[in-house]
Ligand binder design. Structure first.
Ligand code: SF4
Length: 251
């Protein structure tokens, strides 16, 4: 896609804000096929988007995920349940094995607890580099981000230009959904979801860096809980225009 075309989409983003989730999904997959895919870490939001795509009968619907090597078994189970239910293929991107080996050799397996810098090093190798590889082939990507998930996501637009990933189009069709809407949808359509949610996990990530939360805690409180809440993104969803305070997160 030409740079000028991407800027045209950016110009239209305010008008596109008024579109429904289904309209944005239909528009996105109509416009950008086959260079468009849903990024999933198998959170409830992405289960919703996969179900919506199937209802819209999106042809050649693409989903990709990043397997950091530190995921929970429940996440792999969710991946299999979605594949079975909807008959979809999921593209899995792994980190570079040599870089992981060197990192572990130098800093140990649990380096993320030692310092914020080492945590970012781990996210960089296990998540950001594979994400960059996945996005390199795309003109647009779709996420399950919602504004109420975190202070670092409050400004998320339904359609953005992703300046941090080669100026491709980034679509967040659930940006204005509430947590209740997500769970009402899942219940109404009997959508497969990650069973970690039943154990109190509001957010799904790597096993050592994600914990269940208490009912009164912020939905992102279970991620890197030992760090400053205003800066704890891993670099996958940082937008240089709307998330300036975030450090550099699929989640
Ligand atoms: Fe590493 Fe934790 Fe980041 Fe996963 S979330 S890539 S284990 S630091």
């Amino acid at each position: 896609m030409l740079e000028r075309e991407r800027e045209d989409w950016a110009m239209k983003s305010e008008a596109l804000e008024t579109l429904s989730t289904e309209e944005i999904m239909a528009w996105a997959f109509d416009t950008f096929q086959p260079q468009v895919a849903l990024a999933s870490s198998f959170q409830a939001e992405e289960s919703v988007l996969i179900d919506i795509a199937q209802r819209l009968k999106v042809p050649n619907f693409r989903v990709f995920t990043l397997d950091t090597g530190r995921l929970n078994q429940e996440t792999y189970d969710c991946m299999d349940a979605l594949k079975e239910r909807y008959g979809i293929q999921i593209e899995v991107f792994f980190p570079d094995a040599r870089r992981v080996e060197n990192m572990v050799k130098e800093h140990g397996l649990n380096l993320f607890y030692k310092s914020a810098d080492l945590r970012k090093t781990c996210c960089g190798i296990r998540k950001i580099e594979p994400l960059n590889r996945a996005l390199k082939e795309l003109d647009a990507w779709v996420t399950g981000l919602r504004r109420e998930q975190a202070v670092t996501r409050a400004q998320v637009k339904k359609i953005e230009i992703d300046r941090d990933h080669g100026n491709i189009v980034k679509l967040n069709p659930l940006a204005d959904w509430t947590q209740k809407q997500v769970w009402d949808y899942i219940a109404a359509h009997d959508v497969p979801y990650n069973k970690l949610h039943d154990q109190g996990f509001s957010s799904i990530g790597c096993a050592p860096c994600t914990r269940a939360i208490k009912p009164w805690e912020d939905v992102r409180a279970g991620r890197w809980w030992w760090e400053n809440p205003e800066a704890k993104e891993c670099g996958l969803h940082v937008n240089s225009e709307t998330m300036k305070t975030a450090e550099a997160p699929m989640d």
